[in-house]
Design a protein around this ligand. Structure first.
Ligand code: THU
Length: 132
């Protein structure tokens, strides 16, 4: 990832967060996913009155990217108030496509202080099905 791509990911994750539909939790999340070709695809959380139907920002970003034909990714940025890491479901969802994805955790109130992690650290022992 170049420095420009890193800045774009941070900026776009914060922008995507503003589109979150989170009237129930009021917890807004934005995600920006960098594809192997340098394209950035965004997502935000979309809540529902039937709470269990809520989908996280990260899974929206991955699903949008997959539907557009992408399969390989270079980095994921997640913007929240507080710089929270992704939930377990989103870690497993990402692990379907990436083994060691760099993950930038952005506190949208202090976007200069980005914490860096990766999927291998956040999800050791991911669930795998060996398909023959
Ligand atoms: N949320 C995400 O978008 N990503 C996560 O990794 C954790 C949680 C959303 C779901 C719900 O709309 C709100 O944050 C509170 O859980």
């Amino acid at each position: 990832m170049t420095n420009d791509q890193r800045s774009d990911l941070i900026r776009l994750a914060c922008e995507a967060r503003k589109n979150a539909h989170a009237p129930y939790s009021k917890f807004l999340v934005g995600a920006a996913l960098l594809t192997e070709f340098g394209e950035i695809i965004c997502g935000c959380n979309v809540e529902n009155a039937s709470f269990g139907l809520t989908i996280c920002a990260e899974r929206v970003a991955f699903s949008t990217a997959i539907a557009a034909g992408h399969r390989r990714f270079r980095a994921l940025a997640i913007a929240t108030s507080g710089g929270h890491p992704p939930c377990g479901a989103c870690r497993q969802f990402a692990a379907e496509f990436c083994e060691d994805l760099p993950i930038l955790l952005i506190d949208c109130d202090q976007p200069d202080q980005v914490s860096e992690s990766n999927l291998r650290v956040l999800l050791p022992g991911r669930f795998e099905l060996l398909v023959t």
